[in-house]
Design a protein around this ligand. Structure first.
Ligand code: ZN
Length: 497
């Protein structure tokens, strides 16, 4: 009597559609074995894997078993040849492999044998299996093209999105981070490296390369890149994270059409207006330095341009005072206030959801601890644990409960008032002079550049030809209205933003 092993396989799809069931294959293979007087040594069942590669778990086990026990095995029985492989290359490889071990591959339902006709039939079967497989992948490609053209993103979802129902949709965990990146970058006040740091503080790690690709990815405004299926970008039927206008703005900044406002890193914090205010004579940017007085060193802004004849210089305190007074007549445009308001609301809601989440965690933990406590009492009552263990554990639990209750009270105590918050924020931004005075060098220089993109030319206790950013407008210069804008007393205690 000869020995045989049986291999059956069903793919996920076949499994779902039925018909190719493992038990049916098994039954027919066993019947074939009995009819041909084989005794069965082992049965290998492959579930849910395709025939595409030879990297199938059960097949690998089977091959290893055959190598180790080749002397005892005479045949491998399969239900149909396509169970072994769906393309000619794999089929020949596997068939040769088993033949080299002196194991015959036999199909329970198809032609076996070594005559020319039988071999041809077998090869034809293999060729048909391959044809079917090729056709299937053609159908898949056609289906993908159709899906792409109708606005489905079929590939991996980029950060900010998740894959769902054959398309993508905003990822509740990361979408707001992507929105934040675009919003900040579109202000033109941040470099990519700064964005990376900001977003890292939110717990999202993005390297330089990825940040650049993210800012360039039109998917975020709802468009899919053109590819071999379409010569035009395709409008996706998924929700965009940002508007087309915002995306365009960001591209302008990336393409260098709009400057990124950054501080001069080498600058001395003592001279925030250096390189910003220009000389009344030659209009070259002033520099700052200290010169020796009799007792102390005085700080000056001065013109150091060698062709400038007037040797202009002005005391630091004086120029900065004039500048701050000038700022008092600047107020933000309504749009900027709206942006500010939206940002504050965003931050508030984000913080709120984090807090509610952590509160929920603490509450869950408390419930769990209390359950454990009551279980512990049960254990003591029925004598499962000793008095000593009980006391030790009870004390430990009591401490943990106390800690969680403390955290709960603490979380409750933080009560934000959004309206108050907003009022604060808007008042702050309406008093740009105070922000400038209290800011550090970086903030000072950002503000200067933001309000006066081209700098300011000093001219006899005032400034000349000030091109003011469209984000700001000049206030009514009448003194009466100016006095109304004086910050209320509580503003004094505000920390710098
Ligand atoms: Zn000069």
């Amino acid at each position: 009597m000869s020995n045989a092993i049986i291999y059956t396989r069903v793919s996920t799809k076949e499994q779902a559609e039925g018909g190719y069931s493992l038990s049916n294959q098994d039954k027919e293979c066993k019947k074939f074995a009995i009819d041909n007087k084989f005794s069965i040594l082992k049965v290998y069942e492959e579930r849910g894997e395709s025939a595409k590669t030879t990297a199938r778990t059960e097949l690998q086990h089977l091959m290893r078993y055959c190598t180790q026990n080749k002397k005892e095995i005479d045949a491998l029985i399969i239900w149909k040849f396509d169970r072994l492989a769906r393309n000619m290359k794999d089929f020949y490889f596997l068939n040769n492999y088993f033949n080299s071990l002196n194991i015959k591959v036999l199909s329970a339902t198809e032609v076996n044998g070594e005559s020319a006709t039988e071999k041809l039939t077998r090869n034809m079967l293999g060729a048909f299996a391959q044809f079917e497989n090729d056709q299937k992948s053609e159908r898949v490609t056609a289906g993908m093209k159709q899906a792409f053209l109708t606005g489905h993103w079929l590939w991996r979802a980029p950060i900010g999105y998740i894959t769902k129902n054959g398309n993508i949709e905003p990822d509740p965990k990361t979408a707001h981070h992507v929105k934040k990146i675009f919003k900040l970058f579109s202000t033109g006040m941040y470099e990519q490296t700064q964005l990376i740091k900001i977003i890292e503080a939110d717990g999202i790690k993005i390297n330089t390369n990825r940040m650049c690709r993210l800012l360039r990815n039109p998917l975020y405004m709802g468009y899919m890149h053109k590819n071999k299926w379409s010569e035009e970008p395709i409008r996706g039927i998924f929700e965009p994270l940002i508007s087309e206008a915002e995306f365009k703005k960001v591209q302008d900044i990336l393409n260098g059409k709009k400057p990124v406002i950054t501080a001069y890193k080498r600058n001395n914090p003592e001279f925030p207006l250096r390189q910003f205010i220009t000389c009344p004579n030659c209009n070259q940017p002033l520099t700052g330095s200290k010169s020796k007085g009799r007792k102390e060193r005085y700080a000056y802004y001065h013109c150091h341009h060698k062709d400038c004849c007037i040797n202009f210089r002005i005391r630091k305190e004086k120029l900065e005072k004039i500048f701050v007074d000038y700022l008092k007549f600047i107020k933000p445009e309504r749009d900027l206030l709206n942006l500010f308001e939206a940002t504050v609301k965003d931050v508030y809601n984000e913080k709120l959801s984090v807090r509610l989440n952590s509160q929920k965690q603490v509450q869950d933990k408390l419930i769990e601890l209390k359950n454990r406590k009551s279980k512990l009492i049960d254990f003591r009552l029925d004598g499962t644990i000793s008095e000593e263990d009980y006391k030790f554990k009870t004390k430990q639990l009591a401490e943990e409960i106390q800690e969680q209750e403390f955290r709960l009270r603490e979380a409750d105590a933080v009560s934000d008032d959004l309206t108050k918050c907003l009022k604060y924020a808007c008042r702050a931004i309406c008093n740009i002079d105070t922000i400038w005075e209290n800011g550090d060098l970086d903030l000072k220089q950002r503000l200067q550049k933001l309000i006066f993109p081209k700098g300011l030319m000093y001219y006899s206790n005032d400034f000349r030809t000030a091109e003011i950013s469209s984000l700001f407008i000049k206030k009514d210069a009448s003194l009466a209205s100016y006095n109304n804008m004086v910050p209320p007393s509580e503003f004094e205690s505000l920390p710098p933003p």
